[in-house]
Design a protein around this ligand. Structure first.
Ligand code: HEC
Length: 178
């Protein structure tokens, strides 16, 4: 056997592993995210459910939609995503085992793609509802930190570049040990 075949450059191995990990992460992320636009169409009924289920808007209101088109036989679903998070919403949509809905969806379940798209749409609705201040807080804080970091870096350079040689010079002139 040729032992050279087993020798692997460690840095290449690491780079390959990083690429593999990135590919895995991105494929998982892609698989787990639905299309909010299609979700909205499913919600409002402009896109038919594959198995013939009714659009949610027939019974539910959702802020972000004009109330003219929304019924309120079922509870308002605006807070759904905030209450359940993505996994919870996916689980709820899988069974839709609520008394008023079971009769429809037990025999007309949502497909996985439909559940992902609806979940993405509920997430988008939740995002739109969040007060703008909280969504801006992150970027603003980051900006402040970056500005401080730049100022601090420049200050340090200045200290080292200008002040320190002067201090050294004076010390030397006066015979003071550093
Ligand atoms: C036939 C009317 C009807 C349709 C269509 C309908 N729902 Fe409902 N839904 C209800 C009612 C009424 C309730 C309240 C519980 C009950 O009485 O069954 C409910 C409850 C829910 C709940 C629980 C809410 C909570 O706060 O616990 C969720 C989630 C939900 N519906 C999602 C959906 C989604 C998503 C769709 C579209 C795929 C949909 N519903 C379509 C009538 C409907």
């Amino acid at each position: 056997m040729n032992s050279r075949g087993w020798r692997v450059d460690p840095s290449r191995l690491i780079i390959t592993l990083i690429f593999l990990a990135l590919a895995l992460v991105s494929s998982v992320a892609m698989a787990a995210t639905g299309d909010a636009t299609r979700g909205e169409q499913l919600y409002t009924g402009s896109l038919a459910m594959t198995n013939g289920g009714s659009p949610c808007i027939a019974c539910h209101a959702l802020s972000g939609l004009s109330t003219a088109g929304a019924a309120n036989y079922g509870p308002d679903l605006s807070g759904l995503y905030a209450d359940y998070e993505a996994e919870g919403v996916m689980a709820v949509l899988e069974s839709l085992a609520f008394p008023s809905m079971e009769a429809i969806y037990a025999t007309r379940p949502l497909t996985e793609a439909e559940r992902l798209n609806l979940t993405a749409y509920f997430a988008q609705v939740a995002e739109q509802q969040a007060p703008p201040a909280s969504s801006l807080a992150g970027p603003i804080l980051l900006g402040i930190v970056i500005v401080f970091a730049i100022v601090a870096l420049m200050g340090l350079r200045r200290l080292k570049g200008v002040r320190q040689p002067l201090v050294d010079q004076v010390r030397k002139q006066r015979g003071i040990k550093a």
